[in-house]
Design a protein around this ligand. Structure first.
Ligand code: SF4
Length: 296
């Protein structure tokens, strides 16, 4: 330890400055603190005031001040429009539904179906889900995606912060594909059946004019784009359907048959892309759905 008074003073001032930086305003000295001071030291009546810092020191580890974050602007799941436009869409959809209900272009399907499953949802929807064909439950109830896969689709829509009523849902085929009597399950539509029925779906999309289409499964993708590649090869990127961004992803029924968390995460990442494209708010929690458990 040095006895040089100037060096001792410098050390003491640095020490007191360090204390002040931590918020300390004073220090306690022992009663005999001046004992043994050298006579050559200047008389020291009280501790010299510490030099005032030019600018107040920030508290330790504090973050720089931030601009207040404005709340996100409300995002409507439906297209803004006049009521006249909405009425016109409703009228056009009703006319198209009426035509489809009487359709017998596929005689074998017309005689097999219980009813035509036209489509359901918001005529102003910004988001359009296109599926394959009605199953037994849809054929019975007249609404697309109401069976187990439909319930999963509804949960997916709700996880996006939307309601089923906010979007529009329709299939490539409006009639249930026929099966031999007593055969269980469903069958994939033939290319001829898809080609015959596709004008209805194309017109639905033309009336609603959504901002994004999600093609659920390879059949919907093939019907809308003609592409016969698997969903695994094409999911995760937007394609184009008549100027509208189209995102292919796995059909909910595929998720039900193959309950793999990584698969769920892939579908969810596709839906996050859709949410970003529609400028829907996305929370940190939503971004991490299926993430932790899906990691190896
Ligand atoms: S599948 Fe489509 S085109 Fe064929 S009969 Fe049904 S509504 Fe008509």
């Amino acid at each position: 330890m040095t006895n040089d008074p100037e060096q001792l003073r410098t050390t003491l001032v640095a020490y007191l400055r360090a204390l002040r930086a931590t918020g300390r305003q004073w220090v306690r000295l022992p009663p005999d603190w001046s004992k043994g001071l050298s006579p050559i030291s200047p008389p020291c009546r009280e501790a010299a005031p510490l030099p005032r810092p030019v600018a107040p020191l920030p508290p330790p580890h504090s973050d720089p001040p931030r601009e207040p974050i404005p709340p996100p602007a409300p995002v409507s799941p439906a297209l803004p429009e006049s009521s006249a436009d909405r009425e016109e869409r409703l009228d056009r959809l009703a006319a198209l539904r009426k035509e489809a209900i009487g359709c017998r272009r596929c005689p074998h399907l017309a005689s097999f179906r219980s009813q035509v499953v036209f489509g359901v949802g918001n005529p102003n929807a910004r988001l359009f889900f296109a599926g394959e064909a009605p199953g037994a439950e849809e054929d019975r109830l007249g609404e697309p995606f109401v069976g187990p896969a439909g319930k999963l689709l509804t949960r997916m829509i709700e996880a996006m912060g939307l309601q089923r009523e906010d979007v529009y849902i329709a299939n490539i085929l409006k009639c249930r594909p026929d099966l031999p009597e007593g055969a269980p399950g469903n069958r994939k539509p033939t290319p001829e059946e898809m080609e015959t029925c596709l004008p209805y779906l194309r017109e639905q999309i033309g009336i609603i004019r959504p901002e994004v289409i999600v093609a659920l499964g390879a059949t919907a993708l093939e019907g809308l784009t003609g592409l016969r590649k698997g969903i695994s090869a094409l999911r995760g990127s937007f394609l184009d359907f008549q100027g509208i961004p189209l995102l292919p992803t796995f059909h909910p029924s595929y998720l039900l048959h193959k309950p793999d968390l990584r698969l769920k995460r892939q579908v969810w990442e596709d839906l996050l892309l859709v949410m970003e494209r529609l400028h829907l708010p996305i929370s940190q929690r939503q971004r991490s759905f299926f993430l932790t458990k899906a990691q190896p």
